[in-house]
Design a protein around this ligand. Structure first.
Ligand code: PUT
Length: 337
């Protein structure tokens, strides 16, 4: 292969919601007032840089040299792959928010990732989830979970403990994440400079542009290969896709907070576009989501009825109930033909 030896596509993913104890004086409660130069300093600690930017009325979306950063009024999502050190940024980030805005509390936090392909190539504290947990425990009162099989495919999650005065996110919120591996090399070839000369060409050739209607796309095709995109919708919804196409360690992640009563059509489309050998799915949904849909069934409930995808067998299915969110975790692998 003429590709470099190894790249860890598996992202570390951090989502933090901020709030204010005393709602009466919300002078500056907007994370978007933090200047880009400050984000750049924080990202330096993570060992990545901003390579593209797009915004709408709800979201500032940055494409990074390693994945993405989304900043809304009261929520930050930072997703970084490779050997980045995302957790080095958490403490400075909290300080910056306290310093530059009038937010004075963390309302909820989620740190998650799939198991790394090559954990030994990570920098501390990312070499193990135990070490990552230790860093987070110094800052928060949280709980650490592992879903799936600890000796095979699994997915780690750290989230805030619901204390007595816990309020949590009070708006409808759901996040779907699909993490795909062992992808069809023919499809992966699209995300190389050999086949496509621009990100737009890769977006169209692959069918990514047809996955979700009405999305405004900021895409990037890396040299010699690799692809990232952020997509923005009206209403503060986003989608983000990151692709490591090398056949030896191919990895594609898809994440969106775009609300759907059932995600099965979207996941079926995704599987057609990327043709993975295996994938994990995690879906968070809070109770306010029900208000968006006529039949008042929770999104998680709907997933339960449609957890089958043609050509795949389900290896794992776990439901978790947290204080504010329901979580569905599942692992699928290509069924032998
Ligand atoms: N990645 C964590 C998502 C939590 C719900 N928005």
């Amino acid at each position: 292969s003429n590709y470099c030896d190894f790249f860890e596509g598996t992202e570390k993913l951090l989502e933090i919601w901020f709030g204010r104890r005393n709602e009466s004086s919300t002078v500056n409660c907007d994370l978007r007032s933090v200047p880009r130069s400050t984000w750049e300093k924080i990202l330096k600690l993570v060992k990545c840089t901003i390579i593209s930017f797009k915004k709408n009325d709800y979201l500032d979306a940055y494409v990074l040299s390693e994945s993405s950063l989304f900043v809304s009024k009261n929520r930050i999502i930072l997703k970084t792959c490779g050997s980045t050190t995302l957790l080095h940024a958490v403490k400075p980030l909290i300080y910056v928010v306290r310093d530059m805005t009038d937010f004075d509390m963390v309302v909820d936090i989620f740190y998650s990732r799939k198991n790394f392909m090559r954990p030994e190539l990570q920098d501390k504290p990312h070499t193990s989830f135990e070490d990552e947990t230790e860093v987070l425990d110094e800052l928060f009162d949280g709980s650490a979970y592992c879903l799936g099989r600890i000796n095979r495919d699994c997915w780690y999650l750290y989230t805030l403990n619901p204390l007595e005065d816990f309020i949590g996110v009070q708006v409808p919120d759901q996040t779907l994440e699909i993490i795909m591996q062992e992808l069809d090399p023919k499809v992966m070839k699209i995300f190389t400079k050999e086949v496509c000369s621009s990100a737009k060409e890769a977006t169209q050739k692959s069918g990514i542009d047809k996955l979700l209607p009405g999305v405004v796309i900021d895409d990037y095709l890396f040299e010699p290969c690799g692809y990232s995109m952020n997509g923005l919708f009206k209403g503060g919804y986003y989608v983000t896709i990151h692709i490591t196409p090398e056949p030896e360690y191919s990895y594609v992640s898809f994440e969106t907070n775009y609300p759907q009563e059932s995600y099965s059509d979207l996941i079926t489309k995704l599987l057609k576009v990327f043709v993975p050998g295996k994938f994990i799915m995690n879906l968070f949904a809070n109770k306010f989501i029900m208000n968006l849909f006529a039949n008042k069934l929770s999104v998680t409930n709907c997933m339960y009825h449609s957890m089958e995808f043609r050509g795949f067998s389900r290896k794992e299915l776990q439901f978790s109930h947290f204080k504010n969110y329901d979580l569905t975790y599942a692992l699928f692998a290509k069924a032998p033909s």
